[in-house]
Ligand binder design. Structure first.
Ligand code: GLN
Length: 536
C-alpha cells in the first residue's frame, strides 16, 4: 500500500480537499486503484449533528455515514463509493480508545496520546486502506498545521513517515503564495509553514501552492531551496474557473510524473476522459448557453451548505450542453405573492433543497406554489418534496392547516412519522440514512428519467408522506411514482411540465460525466422552458 498524506498550512480554505481529490484523479487516470480518507480533527463523532451554517453540507454515504463534504469531492473526482470509515474524526478515535480502556484492553497501562491514540489512528488508516482494495490511499488531514486539534494526527503521520518505505509514502503540503502590490509572488508564508511542519518532524515531499497564476521558475527554485523539496515537486495550483480543471493543471505542472517516479508507477497516463469533460465545459462557457436556476433555501449565505446540489446542477448542464447559472434565494424573503413573483420570475427552474426545522418553510412553500401555478420546472429534494406535498394539501386539497408534524401539531399532518416511528424516543436513532430502494411506476416521469423501475438512492430524513392521504392526493393529480412499501419516495404532478420531488438525495450520487437522472431531467426541462417562454 502506498500512502499520500495531504496537510495544509498558512490558512484554512486553500482547497486541500480539491487538491487531494485531484491527485487521486490523476493517479486513477494512470490506471491506479485509489481510495481516500478524510481526517476531521473535531470531537464530534460524525458530521450528522453539525449545522450546515457552520460547517457546510453534511454528505451522506451509501452506508448512511454522515460525513464531511470533502468525501463528496472524493466520490465525484474518483467516481467511487466510500463508506463512513473513510472519515476519521477525533471523536471516533477517542471513543474507541476509551472503550478499549474500559474493557481492560490496555492491561492496566496508562493510556496516552502517544502511543495509544496515535496507534489507533494509524491502525484505522491502514485497516481502511487495506480493506478498500486500493493500491494508493490519500489521507487528507483537516485543519491547518499548528492547530492543537490536529496534533495527534500529525504525530501519527510523522510515525507513518518513518515506518513506511520512502517509495510508499509521500507528504504533500498545501500552502499559499500571495502576490504583493508590485505583482511579485511571495514565498515567505510557505517557508514559515514548512518550518512549522518540520518542527513536528514532518518533511514534505511535494508542495502545492495556491497562487493567482503559475509560479515562475525562480520562485519555485527559491521554495525548493528553503524547503528542501526538488523544484519539480513544487506545483502551482493557480486560480481556475472551475475545480474540475485542477487535475489537468497538476498534470501539466508535472505532479503526476513526479509521483509516478517516486512510487515507481508504470508510465501509463490517460487523462483523456477528464480532458474531454473540461473541454466540454469550456465550449459551453464559450457558447454562452445557460439556464437560470433558483435554489430557494435558508442556508444561502454559506455556499458550501449546498455543494452537492451545485455540482449536480453543473453535471446536468454539462450533459445537456448548457451552463447552469445558480442563484441562491433566501426563502426568508418570500413573504408575499408580489415578493415571490419579483424574486422568481426570471428563472427557468426552481429547486427547493432539503433542510431541517420550520424556519424559512413558508417562503419555500410560496416558491413551490409559484412553480406549480406557473408551470415552471420544479425539483424538490427531501424537505423540498415534503413541502411540495404540504403546498398541494393546502392549496389544492383545501386543507388550510396542512403541515408536517415536524413543525408542530396540526389537524392534517400530511407529512408525519410513520406509526412505527412514534415510539422511538432517540431522535438520532430514528433517522433513515443511506441507501434504500424505490420501486417506480411504469411510464411515470421518474421511470422515464431513470430508465428503470428499481432504483437505489441515499436518504437522510425522519418524516414521511402520510399514507392516509395518498388517495386524496392522487385523485387531484399529484401522484406517488416511487415507493418503498408504505414510504413515498417520489412525488410528481403529471399535468405539469416538470414537477417532481424525491424523499432521497440524488445529489449525492451525481458524477461529472454521469449526472443524477432527476437533475438531468430538471435542467433539460428548464432549458426547454427557456426556449418556450423567452425564445432566446
Ligand atoms: N426535516 C425533514 C425530515 O426529517 C427533511 C430532512 C431533509 O431534508 N434532509 O424528514
Amino acid at each position: 500500500m502506498k500512502y499520500i498524506i495531504v496537510t495544509g498550512g498558512v490558512m484554512s480554505g486553500l482547497g486541500k480537499g480539491i487538491t487531494s481529490s485531484s491527485i487521486g484523479r490523476i493517479l486513477k487516470s494512470k490506471g491506479c486503484r485509489v481510495t481516500a480518507i478524510k481526517i476531521d480533527p473535531y470531537i464530534n463523532i460524525d458530521a450528522g449533528t453539525m449545522n450546515p451554517f457552520q460547517h457546510g453540507e453534511v454528505f451522506v454515504l451509501e452506508d448512511g455515514g454522515e460525513v464531511d463534504l470533502d468525501l463528496g469531492n472524493y466520490e465525484r473526482f474518483l467516481d467511487t463509493e466510500l463508506s463512513s470509515e473513510h472519515n476519521i474524526t477525533t471523536g471516533k478515535v477517542y471513543r474507541t480508545v476509551i472503550e478499549k480502556e474500559r474493557r481492560g484492553d490496555y492491561l492496566g497501562g496508562t493510556v496516552q496520546i502517544i502511543p495509544h491514540i496515535t496507534n489507533e489512528i494509524k491502525e484505522r488508516i491502514r485497516d481502511v486502506a487495506e480493506r478498500s482494495g486500493a493500491e494508493i490511499c490519500l489521507i487528507e488531514i483537516g485543519g491547518t498545521v499548528g492547530d492543537i486539534e490536529s496534533m495527534p494526527f500529525l504525530e501519527a503521520a510523522r510515525q507513518m513517515q518513518r515506518e513506511e518505505a520512502a517509495g510508499d509514502f509521500a507528504l504533500v503540503h498545501v500552502t499559499l503564495v500571495p502576490t504583493d502590490t508590485q505583482g511579485e509572488q511571495k514565498t515567505k508564508p510557505t517557508q514559515h509553514s514548512v518550518k512549522e511542519l518540520r518542527e513536528l518532524g514532518l518533511y514534505p515531499n511535494i508542495i502545492v501552492t495556491r497562487c493567482a497564476s503559475t509560479l515562475s521558475l525562480a520562485v519555485k527554485e527559491k521554495i525548493a531551496l528553503f524547503c528542501d523539496v526538488p523544484t519539480n515537486a513544487i506545483i502551482s495550483a493557480y486560480d481556475v474557473d472551475d475545480v474540475y480543471h485542477v487535475p489537468l493543471i497538476f498534470e501539466q505542472e508535472g505532479l503526476s510524473d513526479y509521483i509516478a517516479q517516486r512510487f515507481g508507477l508504470e508510465e501509463r497516463n490517460d487523462q483523456s476522459g477528464w480532458r474531454r469533460l473540461v473541454e466540454q465545459m469550456k465550449e459551453i462557457e464559450k457558447s454562452g448557453k445557460k439556464v437560470d436556476i433558483a435554489v430557494v433555501g435558508k442556508y444561502i449565505n454559506l455556499r458550501d451548505a449546498y455543494t452537492s446540489i451545485r455540482e449536480s446542477l453543473k453535471h446536468a448542464g454539462i450533459a445537456y450542453g448548457c451552463k447552469t447559472n445558480i442563484e441562491w434565494i433566501d426563502s426568508g424573503g418570500l413573504k408575499s405573492a408580489p415578493a415571490v413573483m419579483r424574486a422568481l420570475e426570471r428563472f427557468d427552474g426552481i429547486l427547493v433543497p432539503g433542510g431541517f426545522g420550520e424556519r424559512g418553510t413558508d417562503g419555500k412553500i410560496a416558491a413551490i406554489e409559484y412553480a406549480r401555478e406557473n408551470d415552471v420546472p420544479f425539483l424538490g429534494l427531501c424537505l423540498g418534496m415534503q413541502l411540495a406535498v404540504v403546498e398541494f394539501a393546502r392549496n389544492v386539497l383545501g386543507f388550510a392547516d396542512a403541515n408536517s408534524s415536524e413543525f408542530g401539531k396540526t389537524a392534517h399532518p400530511v407529512i408525519d412519522l410513520l406509526p412505527e416511528q412514534h415510539n422511538v424516543t432517540d431522535m438520532g436513532g430514528s433517522m433513515r440514512l443511506g441507501n434504500y430502494e424505490a420501486v417506480l411506476t411504469e411510464n411515470s416521469l421518474a421511470h422515464r428519467l431513470y430508465g428503470s423501475t428499481r432504483i437505489v438512492e441515499r436518504h437522510r430524513h425522519r418524516y414521511e408522506v402520510n399514507p392516509a392521504y395518498i388517495d386524496q392526493f392522487e385523485s387531484k393529480g399529484m401522484i406517488f411514482s416511487g415507493k418503498n412499501k408504505n414510504r413515498m419516495e417520489i412525488v410528481e404532478i403529471p399535468s405539469h411540465r416538470f414537477f417532481i420531488g424525491c424523499q432521497f438525495h440524488p445529489e449525492f450520487r451525481s458524477r461529472p460525466d454521469n449526472p443524477a437522472p432527476l437533475f438531468r431531467g430538471f435542467v433539460e426541462a428548464a432549458g426547454g422552458a427557456r426556449l418556450i417562454q423567452r425564445k432566446d
